[in-house]
Design a protein around this ligand. Structure first.
Ligand code: PEP
Length: 250
């Protein structure tokens, strides 16, 4: 059975003290059954936050990026080996902000995914269309292509380590949320791609999260949809009360 997952994506926010205060609240949350909570934390805080969640079995820490190479002369970069060595085994890849600002291409993301999987990581892979793409009616093909271009060379067995996050760009950080029906429709479409390329069991076992202005007021409605297995949450994951309520919305 696939898992429900609430991912908090802190992005480039929070001081170290604020981060510690937030995690000390989140480890007290009574996380529902069959649910994982994952916090996407800035690099400098990873080790400390990982230590802080060590007693909370359903809460873990993810990096927000990793490099595609294992090591070498890449000033400022962080490898999967470095992350593993401090106990981090989950990474967010393909976020639209990195696709846009760091110009991460489908090919580069495929390389990063392969490197992360080879190092035994769980990968939270983001996809999602812009408003222009949605308005042109191309959104279903666009999102399917993002997944095909970076993930469809993987063997079926690798998918045990993949979580997908559908994040329409027009809903990220804008306060505009896709309606539960819009999100469900895209999630069902994504699951269909997995069933067609691989098989129905693999499609059924893959968690597909929704991201884009998830908040306490809309989480329950979104998560109640058949193909929505949780959320990737930015802004609302920075406040203990809001994120706790989102976690309890399953
Ligand atoms: C995100 O961080 O990917 C995100 C969806 O942000 P927000 O919840 O703030 O829209």
């Amino acid at each position: 059975m696939r898992k429900n997952i609430a991912v908090g994506n802190w992005k480039m926010n929070l001081s170290f003290d604020d981060a510690k205060a937030l995690v000390s609240e989140l480890v007290k949350v009574d996380v529902p059954d069959n649910t994982d909570v994952i916090l996407g934390v800035p690099y400098p805080y990873l080790a400390q936050m990982n230590e802080m969640v060590s007693g909370a079995s359903k809460v873990s820490i993810a990096a927000q990026n990793c490099h595609e190479k294992e090591k070498g002369a890449y000033t400022g970069e962080v490898s999967t080996g470095m992350l593993s060595s401090i106990g981090i085994n989950t990474v967010i890849l393909g976020h639209s902000e990195r696709r846009e600002y760091q110009k991460e291409s489908a090919e580069l993301l495929a390389e990063k995914v392969n490197t992360a999987l080879a190092a035994g990581f769980r990968v939270i892979f983001c996809c999602g269309e812009s408003l222009t793409t949605r308005e042109s009616g191309q959104h279903f093909d666009y999102v399917a292509d993002q997944i095909k271009d970076s993930l469809f060379d993987l063997d079926a067995s690798a998918w045990k380590q993949i979580v997908l996050a559908y994040e329409p760009i027009w809903a990220i950080g804008t306060g505009v949320t896709a309606s539960p029906e819009q999100a469900q429709e895209m999630h069902a479409h994504i699951r269909k791609q997995l069933a067609e390329k691989y098989n129905q069991d693999l499609a059924n076992d893959t968690s597909i999260l929704y991201g884009g202005s998830v908040k306490p007021a809309n989480a329950e409605q979104l998560f109640s949809k058949e193909d929505i297995d949780g959320g990737l949450v930015g802004g609302a994951s920075l406040k203990a009360a809001d994120f706790s309520q989102i976690i309890k919305s399953f």
